[in-house]
Design a protein around this ligand. Structure first.
Ligand SMILES: [Mn+2]
Length: 432
């Protein structure tokens, strides 16, 4: 059966309707920016160059530990997930890479999957291992940990799984591997803190040795959850220590939701840049904990401040500075395709706004201890509506001026609900 795809004709038709207003807004914004000494075309080029990867597990409806409410026409396997990724890429134009989770999206035939992706202009970003749950038929349980487990046999099994992820990644053309472990304790005394970290390093050394020379390994820290009392890789300091112990191919991945509320994440980002150990990001947003809400939905100013640090480092010509950007969100009440397109747009917005910061002026206000004007310099960039720049970047790249509008008018999800009937087996409870 031929699968429905959004065609260039539909996008062009939608864009025709919106073009007159976009041109008007773009011209006006161009004049405003020129008064500030900024050339709008330079910012369109920046927006067009911006890239963020989409996670394979973000294409299905997410859930909480209470319930999951699946939507219609959800992808049923990794191929259908790639179809949805291709749709996002076609409309939003900034998301050509997909980050695969193993074993949830383990391919039966990696070469075939790679070909399927390439035919849609997609490639594979970081691999992601999973030792936070048991898989059917698995000899040892991760109930009490994986890479830091007290039992060497469990650690060996977890190491072997990570090596398998790297092997699959090699076949797919990936160049990095992300490790997040759920290891920790629920009770004081349950875990020997120092020995658990020693075991983590021993296990990671084994994985590190298996990395191809042009790969990087990303260590992802998280404050708490699923363990509620202590977590082995709980913060950026621990992550940084481990990355330095492992070697130059190891670096620290910052997931925005993996910090306590009110933590100054932008400063953590600056520290990791300065120390040469910033691997990249899992972008999302949160209000209370690891809520996995859409990037930029709760704290857009924080997102801007993070990109302010990233752009500052970029413009400074920081050596070996190529952070990996990925979305890592749980779409519980929205259409995942819509959320991912909007979130990719929010990241590009923060990135372009950060390029609007008058850095000479900011430097003078910092040097002269003028906090009010320093903040105003950042706020001027943050409050500038760069929407027309983002829309122009998408249109010129063949994408949609209004991705969600074009997506809805295509009837994609309804058509997929016919193409992807849900089997009775999948109607049961299940939390992704
Ligand atoms: Mn993450």
């Amino acid at each position: 059966m031929t699968q429905f795809e959004i065609g260039d004709g539909l996008i062009a038709e939608q864009n025709r309707k919106a073009k007159a207003w976009l041109d008007e807004d773009y011209e006006h914004l161009g004049r405003v920016l020129r008064r500030r000494g900024v050339e709008i075309e330079d910012l369109v080029k920046r927006a067009q160059a911006f890239r963020v990867a989409v996670p394979s597990w973000g294409l299905g409806t997410g859930g909480t530990r209470f319930a999951r409410f699946p939507g219609v026409g959800e992808p049923r396997d990794v191929y259908e997930k790639l179809e949805d990724c291709a749709t996002i890429f076609k409309l939003a134009r900034s998301t050509p890479a997909v980050s695969l989770h193993i074993p949830w999206d383990k391919p039966d035939d990696a070469a075939d999957l790679k070909q399927f992706a390439e035919a849609r202009g997609l490639r594979f970003d970081a691999m992601n291992s999973n030792t936070f749950q048991d898989q059917p038929g698995q000899p040892r349980s991760y109930k009490f940990g994986s890479l830091t487990h007290t039992d060497a046999e469990v650690r060996r099994q977890a190491i072997a799984h990570n090596l398998e992820c790297i092997e699959i990644g090699k076949a797919l053309g990936s160049k990095s591997h992300t490790v997040w472990i759920a290891d920790g304790g629920n009770f004081p005394g349950q875990m020997h803190f120092r020995r658990a970290l020693e075991r983590y390093l021993e296990s990671l050394h084994e994985i590190y040795k298996a990395l191809p020379s042009d790969w990087r390994i990303f260590l992802e820290h998280k404050l708490y959850e699923p363990a509620f009392y202590s977590t082995v890789i709980n913060d950026w300091g621990t992550s940084y220590y481990c990355a330095t112990q492992l070697g130059p191919q190891a670096a620290c991945l910052v997931d925005l939701g993996h910090h306590a509320p009110n933590v100054n994440i932008e400063m953590i980002v600056a520290r990791l840049i300065q120390l040469g150990k910033l691997a990249g990001f899992h972008f999302n947003d949160s209000k209370y904990g690891d809520d996995d809400l859409d990037a930029g939905s709760i704290k857009p100013f924080q997102l801007f401040l993070i990109f302010n640090e990233l752009v500052d480092a970029e413009l400074d010509g920081t050596p070996d500075f190529h952070p990996a950007y990925m979305l890592d969100q749980s779409h519980n009440v929205t259409d995942p395709i819509e959320s991912l397109m909007m979130s990719a747009g929010e990241l590009a917005r923060a990135y372009v706004q950060a390029h609007l910061v008058d850095r000479d002026a900011l430097g003078e206000y910092q040097q002269g201890n003028d906090p009010l004007m320093a903040l105003q310099t950042l706020k001027q960039a943050f409050t500038t509506d760069v929407g027309p720049i983002l829309a122009m970047a998408r249109r010129r790249a063949g994408g949609a001026i209004d991705p969600v509008g074009a997506y809805r008018s295509s009837g994609y999800r309804q058509k997929k609900s016919v193409e992807r009937p849900v089997s009775a087996a999948r109607l049961g409870a299940g939390i992704v």
